[in-house]
Write a protein of this length. Structure first.
Lengths: 240, 447
């Protein structure tokens, strides 16, 4: 088996006195969609954010593509081919859709901006209609599309999505998850997905991890976890 | 639109407002102290002042309530602009042409004596603040870093020229870039410790920075000659030709009759050029990655980091560039005045410049220029209102009421244009058509 693209090893992180991660181990193979599910405050987002150094890992290692990135500054990590669509979308509200996409491409100096822009229009036709509009005037779903497109503009090898379904209508969630599946199938994009929406996330992902209280308690293929009675009881019953 | 309210109700509410005004005016306006012959303070009662204030508030409030339609609170105003887009596009060009012609027109119209006041007090003075506003606009308007100590860099620029020219005899044209460089490095120096700060905390530290610079200039007498300041700073030359009556002076070289206005006109064109350079550089940078990164940083720092933008460099360049333009303006100030002391670089100056940026609409170049005209020009206009002395007595000095103008401008803006004179932001790039969406569509305080 080949080496993992992203490997998180015994990761610990804290917000001041509050320990958020207590030794998290997680691997993402090239071409895989991996999801972390869990309740509020389990440490899912913290795991993802600490890959980019906020909060910094207090112990453990983060290895991307064979290189230790635990103590690298965020902009260098992004340059290595890691892109993140942060929780709550965080698009730039006063800047136009096009400018938002430009910001995503700034890591590689806008080398293939035009080609990538066309590709984003193919994936998200809605963005083409809205291209000169202010980011803040888009609907929630469109903003999420923009956030994903913006992350994709840097041609990442690993796309990290933090709660892409947050606050979106079920139909839009399905749309967005279909896009993620397509990107993975057609382009071999590896995806690291953090989700509250366990049902959709596990259906989409090849493998999943269940996180409780800053620790991984269960892991397995998406299908196994969907069938797991514990997971069903905790995260799926009545959830969809 | 709801119709205006009934006359009786308006009278009642206006009466209440008048009472409040009277109450407020009593300690401020009615009671005053005067020095008598033997240098004692005597309490003076000016009931007529209170009556005038209360009467003005009563009448004004009544008119607003009875006849003006209600401020559109029910239907938040949908970005109605003061300026139509066509006018907004034509205005800058017309403005630049008008500014180029301004000194000449004034000279021919009012003659060399009469035009001096207009070119100096209005032209040069306003343009200094336009330039400072544009410089601060990079830091506050574009990068979103609230800087309350901007005047420190203005001071650095002024003292750089003052000290280098008096101690080492360096000319203005050598000192100008040095002053910019010096201020920029001080900007970066301030930038480093405040990299992690945002919002209120950043504001406090920058405020302290401004105070520290002014305190050092006041107290380090060996270096800056303290409160007394630095005098007889060499005046501006026309690229080496002094503006004096000598035979190698500017006037004699060009076969003109010597007049003091020549220097003022040259200063006018100099500050105009400096301000336009500030403007053009800002416009260019906005279309470049670094300018876009500034704006993105203002919008969302976390998103910036996750997109691989080097936030450290982005902040430092914003601080350094903003400071650089203040440094240029500072050395211009020193060469214009021929004298600098710490009194010119108080917090009041920072506040004025910040008010210009905020009133103009953060990030809008045209708005900042308009706000500078209103704020600085307004102060100058106050000096002109000498007829008020006939109403309020000969001891009334209208220019002391500039703070009132500040306050009034702020209140009026907060009611009618809470995002500044020009609140729409034109994108730096566009595909289909240029759309500038007004700020009202985005949540308050988030854009």
């Amino acid at each position: 088996m080949s080496a993992p693209l992203l490997s998180i090893q015994k990761l610990e992180a804290a917000y001041g006195q509050i320990v958020a991660l207590k030794g998290v181990d997680l691997d993402i193979m090239p071409g895989e969609i991996v999801t972390v599910i869990g309740g509020n405050g389990a440490g899912k987002s913290t795991t993802m954010m600490s890959v980019f150094g906020r909060p910094r890992a207090s112990a453990g290692k983060i290895i991307f593509d064979g290189q230790d990135i635990t103590h690298k500054p965020a902009h260098e990590i992004a340059r290595m081919g890691l892109a993140q669509s942060p929780e709550g979308r965080r698009i730039f509200p006063r800047m136009s859709v096009l400018e938002n996409l430009q910001m995503g491409a700034s890591v590689d100096g806008m080398a293939h901006f035009q080609a990538d822009l066309e590709r984003m229009f193919d994936i998200f036709p809605r963005l083409k209609e809205r291209i000169d509009q202010r980011g803040g005037t888009l609907s929630g779903g469109e903003q999420q599309m923009l956030a994903i497109a913006r992350a994709l503009m840097s041609r990442p090898r690993l796309l990290m999505l933090d709660e892409p379904s947050l606050g979106l209508a079920p139909l839009v969630v399905k749309q967005i998850f279909d896009v993620i599946a397509d990107l993975n199938r057609n382009d071999g994009l590896s995806v690291f997905l953090v989700e509250q929406n366990a049902f959709h996330a596990l259906k989409l992902a090849h493998r999943g991890y269940v996180m409780v209280n800053g620790q991984i308690t269960l892991s397995g293929t998406g299908r196994d976890l969907l069938a797991n009675p514990q997971v069903r009881a905790a995260y799926l019953e009545g959830a969809h | 639109m709801s119709p205006s309210m009934s006359i009786t109700r308006a009278l009642r509410e206006a009466g209440f407002a008048g009472l409040v005004a009277a109450g407020l005016a009593f300690p401020i306006l009615t009671l005053g102290t005067e020095m008598d012959q033997s240098n004692r303070l005597v309490l003076e009662q000016r009931w007529s002042w209170m009556a005038i204030a209360a009467g003005l508030v009563f009448v004004g409030r009544f008119l607003v309530l009875a006849f003006a339609r209600k401020p559109a609170r029910a239907a938040p105003h949908t970005g109605a602009r003061v300026l139509s887009p066509a006018l907004a596009a034509a205005l800058p060009r017309a403005g630049v042409i008008a500014l180029f012609l301004f000194p000449m027109v004034m000279l021919f119209w009012l003659g060399p004596q009469g035009s001096l006041k207009w070119i100096n007090n209005y032209g040069v003075q306003i343009l200094i603040y336009v330039m400072l506003g544009w410089g601060l606009n990079i830091v506050v308007g574009l990068a979103g870093l609230l800087d309350l100590g901007y005047v420190a860099f203005y001071a650095v620029g002024a003292y750089t020229y003052a000290l280098l020219s008096t101690h080492f005899g360096l000319s203005f044209w050598i000192c100008l870039p040095l002053a910019g460089l010096m201020a920029a490095s001080w900007g970066a120096m301030l930038g480093f410790p405040v990299l992690r700060l945002r919002g209120d905390y950043l504001a406090i530290v920058t405020l302290a920075f401004g105070e520290i610079v002014s305190a050092v200039l006041t107290n380090w007498s060996d270096f800056s000659n303290g409160k007394a300041g630095i005098m007889s700073i060499p005046r501006i030359t026309f690229f080496g030709l002094p503006f004096n009556a000598n035979e190698n002076g500017f006037a004699a070289t060009f076969g003109l009759e010597f007049q003091a206005i020549h220097r003022t006109i040259f200063l006018f064109y100099l500050i105009l050029a400096l301000a336009l350079i500030t403007h053009v550089v800002t416009l260019r940078l906005r279309a470049l990655p670094v300018g876009r990164a500034w704006e993105a940083l203002r919008e969302d720092e976390i998103a910036c980091r996750s997109l691989g933008i080097n936030t450290v460099n982005t902040k430092l360049t914003a601080f350094a560039l903003g400071a650089m333009f203040a440094g240029f303006a500072g050395s211009f100030f020193a060469v214009r005045q021929g004298f600098v002391n710490p009194d010119s670089f108080t917090f009041m100056e920072s506040a004025t410049i910040l008010a210009i940026v905020v009133l103009g609409g953060m990030g809008s170049q045209l708005g900042v220029a308009l706000a500078a005209v209103v704020m600085v020009g307004g102060t100058e206009v106050l000096r002109e209102l000498t007829f008020l002395k006939q109403i309020f007595g000969s001891s009334f000095d209208p220019s002391l009421y500039r703070m009132l103008l500040f306050g009034l401008a702020m209140v009026v803006m907060m009611i009618w244009r809470p995002r500044g004179l020009i609140s729409s932001r034109a994108p730096s790039v566009f595909l289909a058509q240029k759309k500038s969406v007004s700020g009202t569509h985005v949540q308050e305080g988030h854009g």
